[in-house]
Design a protein around this ligand. Structure first.
Ligand code: ARG
Length: 414
């Protein structure tokens, strides 16, 4: 029996061509691996296609809840948005797929793993770093980094090897999708000045054509994780699927971003992430009630660090475990309900409440007449005197000395 390789298999042309190609070139029997992360494809049909294409075994697993509970929700709790915008759907999927492939490699006694990533992207880094970390003994094969096949070459190769090719024409874009969002790149999107054509979008209605009637939702959170929608307790995958439907209908979550890839290039990416946009917005709003000023300010740094480590393929690091320990602790009082309105491309928070809320109406109210004001306004005077004391002292001793006034930085007074 030949040695085996576990191939990350999507059922598309490239990874199908890889089945006989790897067998020819490396003399390895190919076991394909396909995970359902909510990309909306029939993984059993993909599994069958793999077998027809020459795989000796084909594995398909439903990893949706694992994906949500162990990858998506931690990222949401952390507020992780790469460069402040991208909710990291693709980047979160890769380490999970790679981890499950390592498990499959052990089960099928494979000596290698393979994927269809190009040599220019981030995804190759995420796969390879994960393999390298969890299973340094496995050989990594990345055919697209090695071969020089054009699309017509690949089609000819497929024909020669009796690989079924989808009748529908291949998308003019490179697309990756899972529950947390859809990533679209290449083709006409490569010109960052060119407005994305409607054909580049698949999950969202054009906001201009979205319904005239707004839709309101109530989202409940516990410890920073969403738990229920409109009073109905849902598991994570179902909750996200539902929000993708509602948000998509209202044109929410279109993100057009020129981002900095890890490999040193900028690329124009188009994302659709209705559920992620709604949940990040709602979550942030709940944090504004439940976190202290210090905790919230500090967390913005953690969010950025967390997003970078996801983007850069370092999910399985001790640093991540350390950051997550902070996040989990920081989120322990982030619970309550957020009311949002979806309307023509925008998600707007219109209300929030929490039993752990730090907002006190008694302290904030201007309605002194009603006798509800608990804030001691007289105490403000002494507070301000001490608050400004350092600056006042400096002015007297330095800035105002010698008849000089204040110079604004950059505005010299001659
Ligand atoms: N730029 C995004 C990222 O690095 C999306 C990558 C999308 N992958 C793809 N095969 N289209 O996470």
């Amino acid at each position: 029996m030949a040695d085996r390789v576990i191939l990350a298999y999507s059922g598309g042309l490239d990874t199908s061509v890889m089945v006989p190609w790897i067998k020819d070139k490396y003399n390895l029997d190919v076991v394909t691996f396909t995970a359902d992360l909510g990309q909306g494809e029939d993984i059993e049909a993909i599994r069958q296609k793999a077998l027809k294409t020459g795989a000796v075994e084909a594995v398909a697993v439903d990893a949706r809840n694992l994906f949500v509970d162990c990858f998506v929700f931690p990222a949401l709790m952390a507020g992780a948005l790469y460069e402040g915008r991208y909710p990291l759907a693709t980047a979160l999927g890769r380490p999970l797929i790679a981890k499950l492939m390592v498990d499959a490699a052990r089960e099928f006694k494979a000596s290698a793993v393979a994927h269809g990533c190009t040599g220019k992207g981030n995804d190759q880094v995420r796969f390879d770093v994960t393999f390298q970390t969890l299973a340094p003994d496995l050989r990594i094969i990345a055919p697209v980094r090695e071969w020089t096949m054009s699309r017509p070459d690949a089609l000819a190769f497929a024909k020669k090897h009796n690989i079924p090719v989808d009748a529908k024409p291949e998308s003019p874009f490179s697309v990756d999708q899972n529950l947390w969002g859809r990533s679209c790149e290449a083709g006409v999107l490569e010109d960052p000045w060119h407005e994305p054509p409607e054909a580049a979008y698949a999950w969202t209605t054009n906001p201009a054509k979205a319904p005239d009637a707004a839709e309101e939702l109530e989202i409940e959170f516990e410890h920073g994780k969403p738990t229920a929608l409109d009073g109905q307790v849902l598991d994570g995958a179902a909750l996200i699927e539902q929000l993708n439907q509602v948000g998509g209908r209202h044109g929410i979550g279109r993100i057009d971003h020129v981002e900095n890839r890890l490999v040193g290039i900028k690329s124009r990416e188009l994302y659709e992430a209705p559920a992620a946009s709604i949940l990040h917005t709602a979550h942030r709003s709940l944090e504004s009630l439940c976190l202290t000023k210090q905790a919230a300010r500090f967390k913005t740094m953690i969010s950025q660090e967390y997003a970078d480590l996801i983007y850069n393929g370092l999910w399985f690091s001790a640093f991540h475990q350390d950051l997550f320990a902070f996040v989990a602790s920081n989120q322990r009082y982030v619970g309550g309900t957020v009311r949002v309105r979806c309307y023509k491309g925008a998600v707007t928070v219109i209300g929030r409440k929490s039993e752990h809320s730090l907002y006190s109406k008694g302290l904030a109210t201007y309605d002194g007449q009603a006798g509800g004001d608990q804030f001691d306004q007289a105490a403000a005077q002494g507070f301000i005197r001490l608050w400004g004391l350092g600056q006042q002292t400096q002015a007297r001793q330095q800035l105002l000395k010698g008849g000089r006034g204040f110079e604004l930085p950059g505005l010299s007074q001659g």
